[in-house]
Structures are given as structure tokens and as C-alpha cells.
Ligand binder design. Structure first.
Ligand SMILES: Nc1ncnc2c1ncn2[C@@H]1O[C@H](COP(=O)(O)OP(=O)(O)O)[C@@H](O)[C@H]1O
Ligand SMILES: Cc1cn([C@H]2C[C@H](O)[C@@H](COP(=O)(O)OP(=O)(O)O)O2)c(=O)[nH]c1=O
Length: 227
């Protein structure tokens, strides 16, 4: 459980096209089915201010430091006005991307300095609720792992690409390496899911990870077998 509350903070990560979206919605249903209040949110975004910053980050050309500052500015607003209050209420917070995405995209993909990102992470995630004890991090990060080529093929017909989705496969290979490095550094926080398999198998793996932690009933009982 999250420090100082009975809430649960879960982030979802992976390269574009990994297949996060439907599974996040299914998990929200599964938790609600257990009588939990769910706060469903995303980054960059999740507040009116952060959504404006998201539109800039996804739409406008900028240098990697500007990009990093904007995603961390959005994150601070999101933490202070949505995530921390939700955790204090005891909600399950399901967040589509968080700081691992910054290390993966700005760090791995853009090649921006990881130490600077680490400094920003410590500033932004030291929220008043933690009273000087560490920084806010997810209780669990569900990492959808799959080859960059597979994700690109899925996205090809799916939607008009934004500034990141328009990047070549090599960019996403670097992003994937960024995620792998974060997972290796903090393995206790990550559930690696093989996302290169049919949706129902992906769901079973996710539901299994939650059941293993005692957060949801065993897979067959906790949600749809396919969607
Ligand atoms: N397990 C899967 N196998 C094949 N295609 C999938 C799978 N999961 C998702 N997709 C498809 O891949 C595309 C990207 O999925 P999406 O959930 O939007 O990914 P993300 O939110 O991680 O970028 C969509 O067209 C979706 O229907
Ligand atoms: C949170 C975050 C996202 N991003 C990127 C990753 C994605 O390409 C994009 C938005 O993520 P996402 O919401 O997954 O995109 P979509 O709704 O199109 O599936 O922002 C960063 O570059 N840095 C960050 O810190």
C-alpha cells in the first residue's frame, strides 16, 4: 500500500501500441467490482493545466530539456491536485504512464541526461503528503513489453500518429531499452507483462500479477477473459 494511506497507486507503461488501453479499463471494472473507488487518469495530463501541457508536448517541436520540464510540470500539478488527494481518500489510482515514461522517452528515446531527470523526479515527487520521507512512486508499474516492430505494425492502421508515434522503430527500441533499465533498477515495483500475445493472454498475465499481490481475486474471477 502507498505510504501514509490505504490507497493504491498503479502505473501502466510501454511503448506506443503496446496495448495498455483496454486492459486499464478492464482493471478499473475489476477493482470497482471489489467495491473500490477508482481514479482513472493519465500522463501527461489528468488535470486541466496538465492536459494543456500534454497538447504542447504531443504537438509542438521543442528541445529535450523543454520537453522534460513540461512533462514534470504536468506531473507536479497532477500529483498535487488529483493523485495525492485520491490516495488520501483510499482510491485505487490507475495511471496511464508516469515517470518511467519520462526516463524511457526523454531519457532513452531522446537521449536526454538521466541524472537531470533524476533530479527533477526527486523535486517533483517529494509531495507534502510524504512529510519528507522519500518520493511518491507507484506501488506497482505494469510494464507492457513487446518488440518495437510489433507495436509499430499494430499502430500503422490504428490512428493518426502524434509527435512520438511518428518516430521510427529505432526510437522505440531506445525507449524500450529505457524501460528495461528502469525495471532492472527497481524490480520490486515492476510487473513485466509479455504484451506480444493475444489480448486474453495479456489480460490473464495482468490479472495474475494483481492476484499474486492479493489485490484482486484469481484471474478467472476478476475480469473478462477477452475484450
Ligand atoms: N494483444 C494484442 N494483439 C494485437 N493487437 C492489439 C493487442 N492489444 C491491442 N492491440 C491493438 O493495438 C493497437 C494499440 O493498442 P492500444 O491499447 O491503443 O495501445 P497503447 O494504449 O498501449 O498505445 C490498437 O489498434 C489495438 O486494438
Ligand atoms: C508521461 C510521458 C509520456 N510521454 C509520451 C509517450 C506517448 O507517446 C505520449 C502519450 O502517451 P499515451 O497517453 O500512451 O498516448 P496515446 O493516448 O496516444 O496512446 O507521451 C513522454 O514522452 N514522456 C512522459 O513523461
Amino acid at each position: 500500500m502507498t505510504v501514509g494511506s490505504t490507497g493504491l497507486f498503479i502505473s501502466f507503461e510501454g511503448i506506443d501500441g503496446a496495448g495498455k488501453s483496454t486492459h486499464i479499463a478492464n482493471l478499473a471494472d475489476a477493482f470497482r467490482g471489489q467495491g473500490r473507488n477508482v481514479t482513472l487518469t493519465r500522463e501527461p495530463g489528468g488535470t486541466p493545466l496538465a492536459e494543456k501541457l500534454r497538447a504542447m508536448v504531443l504537438g509542438d517541436a521543442m528541445d529535450p530539456l523543454t520537453e522534460s520540464l513540461l512533462v514534470f510540470a504536468a506531473r507536479r500539478d497532477h500529483l498535487m491536485t488529483v493523485i495525492e488527494p485520491a490516495l488520501a481518500r483510499g482510491d485505487v489510482v490507475l495511471c496511464d504512464r508516469f515517470t518511467d515514461a519520462t526516463f524511457a522517452y526523454q531519457g532513452g528515446g531522446r537521449g536526454f541526461d538521466l541524472q537531470t531527470l533524476g533530479t527533477l523526479e526527486r523535486w517533483v515527487q517529494a509531495t507534502p503528503a510524504l512529510q519528507g520521507k522519500g518520493i511518491r512512486q507507484p506501488d506497482l508499474t505494469v510494464w507492457f513489453d513487446l518488440p518495437a516492430e510489433t507495436a509499430a505494425a499494430r499502430l500503422a492502421d490504428a490512428r493518426a500518429p502524434d509527435r512520438f508515434e511518428a518516430q521510427p522503430v529505432a526510437f522505440f527500441q531506445a525507449v524500450a531499452a529505457g524501460y528495461a533499465a528502469r525495471a532492472e533498477a527497481e524490480p520490486w515495483r515492476f510487473a513485466r507483462i509479455n504484451a506480444d500475445q493475444p489480448r486474453e493472454r495479456v489480460w490473464a498475465a495482468i490479472a495474475g500479477a494483481f492476484a499474486q499481490r492479493g489485490w484482486l481475486p484469481a484471474p478467472a474471477e476478476s475480469g473478462p477473459s477477452s475484450s
